[in-house]
Design a protein around this ligand. Structure first.
Ligand code: SF4
Ligand code: SF3
Length: 610
């Protein structure tokens, strides 16, 4: 098993965010180092707040918010701005100084709680010594990293809930206690394994908090067809995960002649009833975060990054890229505003008015909105489909997308799935298969998108409800396979949350996290059945047996379909396609062939797969 801790980008502070893309994020080594120092001083402050709580003293809410925000800022691909990290370090040290004076028993506090300095040079010197590799024991280092990355994911949920003025003091207290524990040299590997699982418990609680915050503010997501084409007016593109930012942007652009489009993880905003009332909320533009260079260039208008994932921008759109919240990029304008404050997006709006409308990337619609409330509304239909055998298995394919070629596995895996399987997804991983036209089963789409990575909670709720509906004692007896794609830290907290819920045999790819030492990986494999992925063929055999027949999809070439399933010729001819012998017709995708012959591609697929 690979255990690569060195990031090619930031050799000395390897693994700053626990990402899998070592060295390709574009974050400069000094930025990665300063973020390591930010995590270090945040852990130090957390040791102080944890001690204060132990002494029965109150920790101010703004300190909780500061700690959560600091962690969130260091998540993969959110913030590339060294000055932003330095500003947070200064604020954190100032808070720590003030609180240290209130601690009665400071003797047992770790070095990080007492360390203090002023200025960039002192920070840089310290930063070089506090990265992940500062912990020498490989297993302790691995567990500390696993907990820290899980907590970074948890901070994302807390921060998003906080933007909607929902907080959970117990989640904050745990987050700080666990952060402080990663500094405690007296803790054994067993202690840290227990803390890892406790992190999963609070992960569920954090996700529930955010779910409540989102649904009470914007209603329950409902089944929605989202336009993926463009209009004729100029637009602003909003990306990331912050729904409150979107709400303010929609309100401020109403009646201005500027349209709003979502990108990547903002797509699920279209599923919320509260946002549907905005006529200028036109659709979703483009795909997952890693394609933004080509897509942002063609959008023509301003782009607002509310959270991760930012790709270092090209010069041809850098001056149209704006950040807000924890996101940041040097040279890009940052829109200020904290939780509960109204942000002013007028600079983007004025800019948009002088921009050309977006260039069309594609046309059509995609469907989503299958969060827990909506799926439970369809529960009878779903349970009937399972009982009748129309749906044999659900495959949870939540998580992250990324540019690595190895991630093509997920597209091929989705295509190869037997036709009686349904994918449950959340996060940007969906872009690997949400435009394949995988069809429906008894009116239930074969890709059920619950929303953002934050909404993975819905998948856990759905699993628990299905367990109830089927009267099963063990959640692992459900016909659900977990094949999760990970990249950044929200996927780590989702994994820990699923483990806390007792879910076993989760497959994680495209590679197992580099920060898992062989011994820590062994614990996860032996106790929870965690596994990596293989080839699509091997995994099909593993999950479904050799006889599984892959479903046909709209993007397959007609020739490919006929080779794998000669009887398809009869169906295609019945629908009006009589040129099957023609080589050029065989080279076309089924979608193109259907469009050309005026055939309903969904109907054809249903018949072919039926
Ligand atoms: Fe390296 Fe990943 Fe950190 Fe970027 S986020 S500096 S690639 S470890
Ligand atoms: Fe995606 Fe960054 Fe993880 Fe939110 S936007 S799932 S990678």
């Amino acid at each position: 098993m690979e255990n690569k801790m060195f990031c090619d980008q930031c050799q000395e502070t390897a693994g700053c965010t626990g990402c899998t893309q070592m060295g390709v994020c574009g974050k400069k080594p000094e930025v990665a180092a300063m973020q390591d120092l930010l995590v270090y001083v945040t852990k130090g402050l957390s040791a102080v707040t944890t001690q204060l709580r132990a002494e029965g003293k109150t920790v101010p809410s703004e300190v909780n918010r500061l700690i959560t925000f600091n962690l969130f800022l260091t998540i993969t691909n959110a913030n590339f701005d060294e000055d932003a990290a330095i500003g947070r370090i200064l604020d954190t040290l100032a808070q720590k100084r003030a609180l240290l004076g209130q601690v009665s028993h400071a003797g047992s506090l770790p070095e990080a709680a007492r360390w203090d300095a002023h200025g960039r040079a002192a920070f840089a010197g310290k930063a070089a010594r506090v990265g992940v590799l500062a912990t020498k024991d490989e297993d302790i280092r691995s567990l500390r990293a696993l907990i820290t990355y899980g907590l970074k994911g948890l901070s994302a949920y807390s921060r998003h809930a906080g933007a909607l003025l929902q907080e959970d003091a117990e989640v904050d207290a745990f987050l700080q206690r666990a952060l402080a524990a990663t500094l405690d040299d007296s803790l054994t590997a067993d202690d840290l394994v227990a803390l890892t699982l406790e992190t999963g418990k609070y992960g569920v609680r954090g996700m529930a908090l955010l779910d409540k915050a989102n649904t009470s503010a914007y209603g329950n997501p409902e089944v929605t067809k989202v336009n993926i084409g463009v209009g004729t007016r100029p637009g602003i593109l909003i990306s990331g995960h912050d729904l409150r930012d979107l709400e303010m942007l929609l309100q401020q652009t109403e009646g201005t002649g500027v349209d709003i489009y979502t990108h990547c993880e903002m797509l699920p905003a279209h599923y919320y009833p509260a946002f549907k009332k905005y006529e200028h909320f036109v659709g979703n533009y483009g795909n997952a975060w890693w394609k933004q260079k080509e897509e942002f260039a063609r959008f023509h208008g301003p782009i607002l990054m509310t959270t991760n994932c930012i790709v270092p921008p090209e010069d041809n759109y850098k001056d149209r890229l704006y950040t807000t919240g924890a996101a940041g990029y040097p040279g890009c304008k940052h829109i200020p505003g904290g939780a509960g404050e109204e942000k002013d997006f007028s600079i983007l709006i004025e800019r948009a008015k002088h921009c050309a409308p977006p260039a069309e990337l594609e046309r059509g619609e995609i469907i989503g909105g299958f969060a827990h409330n909506q799926v439970l509304a369809l529960a009878d239909k779903v349970v009937d489909a399972v009982k009748s055998g129309a749906i044999k298995k659900f495959v949870v394919m939540a998580g992250c997308d990324g540019r690595a070629k190895s991630r093509e596995y997920y597209t091929n895996f989705a295509k190869a799935l037997p036709k009686d399987t349904v994918i449950l997804t959340a996060g940007c991983a969906k872009y690997k298969y949400n435009k394949l036209g995988l069809g429906e089963i008894s009116g239930i789409p074969r890709v059920l998108d619950a929303g953002q990575c934050n909404d993975s909670y819905s998948l856990a709720v759905i699993a628990c409800k299905l367990q109830e509906a089927f009267g099963l004692d063990d959640i692992n007896d459900l016909p659900i396979i977990y094949n999760i794609a990970w990249y950044e830290q929200k996927a780590v907290i989702v994994l820990l949350a699923l483990l806390h819920l007792g879910i076993k045999d989760i497959h994680l790819g495209p590679t197992l996290p580099a920060f898992l030492s062989p011994n820590v990986a062994k614990v996860l494999v032996e106790n929870f059945g965690i596994a990596g992925i293989g080839t699509v063929e091997d995994d099909m055999a593993l999950f479904f047996g050799e006889a599984a027949a892959p479903a046909l999809t709209a993007d397959m070439r007609v020739g490919e379909i006929l080779e794998g399933k000669p009887e398809a010729a009869q169906v295609l001819m019945e629908y009006g396609m009589h040129c099957l012998g023609c080589p050029s017709a065989r080279m076309e995708s089924l979608a193109d062939a259907c469009a050309k012959h005026g055939m309903d591609v969904e109907g054809v697929l249903d018949k072919l797969n039926g």
